[in-house]
Write a protein that binds this ligand. Structure first.
Ligand SMILES: C[S@@+](CC[C@H](N)C(=O)[O-])C[C@H]1O[C@@H](n2cnc3c(N)ncnc32)[C@H](O)[C@@H]1O
Length: 240
């Protein structure tokens, strides 16, 4: 419970957090802004970081063909172990985060990393290609629920046909979000139109703040042709 109390403090506080240097009050309070995260990474106050590869990720990787499989990791933060693990297992890894501090720390720690670590906004960056997999952990729950439909649409657009959104999802009740938990009906609402849930397993190796509230899920892109579920249509003609 100590971990859960401390996360509320970390997510909510700005000027009263002694180790967090605040530059802009609005941005420091709001997890929609890079500064909110920059301040936390710079101060080392990142209780969501697991510092390990979740058992569910190991089990998933064992079950599938890896060589050449492309995986996108949005809101990668400093999840070094997972980036490295996917790469070592033969995946082509692209990771993105809009926190310059997290990206700098990750690039510095993973010097020999062959994949891409992009500093950018997941919702705006032009990836130029689509992915076989998108890996989720503690990114969705960092976004306000009003952005969840946009997240689902973006994920659907960035996946190849029959691609999958896989990862660890935060479920339950959180009196003082963020992090924002999912409910089963909420998940069905945001993912139901474009995805089909094909695996759902409880996670037992969570960090303290998420203990007992995480699930490994695999959402298969079900209807890439349905409106809003496939790749985005280009509005201009391609250059010759
Ligand atoms: C709770 S942290 C999770 C980090 C990582 N997934 C992990 O498991 O350790 C959420 C991350 O999402 C990033 N983030 C939030 N909104 C973003 C956006 N629109 N585009 C890219 N990154 C974003 C933050 O900078 C932060 O690093």
């Amino acid at each position: 419970m100590e971990g859960r109390a401390s996360i509320r403090y970390l997510y909510a506080c700005a000027k009263d957090c002694p180790r967090i240097q605040t530059t802009n009050m609005g941005e420091s309070f709001d997890s929609a802004w890079p500064n909110f995260w920059n301040e936390r990474y710079a101060s080392g106050e990142t209780p969501w970081t697991l510092h390990a590869v979740p058992a569910a990720v190991r089990s998933f990787v064992k079950r599938r063909q890896r060589r050449g499989t492309t995986v996108l990791i949005p809101g990668c933060g400093t999840d070094l172990e997972v980036l490295q693990f996917f790469q070592t297992a033969g995946f082509e890894v692209t990771a993105i985060d809009f926190s310059s501090v997290a990206v700098a720390q990750t690039r510095k720690a993973l010097r020999n990393f062959d994949g891409q670590i992009i500093r950018g906004d997941f919702f705006k960056f032009d990836f130029q290609n689509r992915f076989d997999l998108i890996y989720e952990r503690t990114f969705l729950c960092a976004l306000h629920p009003r952005r969840w439909p946009k997240y689902a649409k973006r994920v659907a657009q960035l996946l190849r046909p029959r691609g999958k959104l896989v990862g660890i999802f935060f479920y339950g009740k959180e009196p003082e979000p963020p992090p924002y938990p999912l409910s089963e009906t909420g998940a069905a609402e945001i993912f139901g139109r474009c995805f089909r849930l094909i695996r759902d397993v409880k996670v037992s190796d969570s960090v303290a703040m998420f203990a007992g509230m995480e699930r490994w899920q695999e959402w298969q892109l079900a209807t890439p042709k349905a409106k809003g579920c496939g790749p985005r249509r280009r509005t201009t003609s391609p250059r010759r």
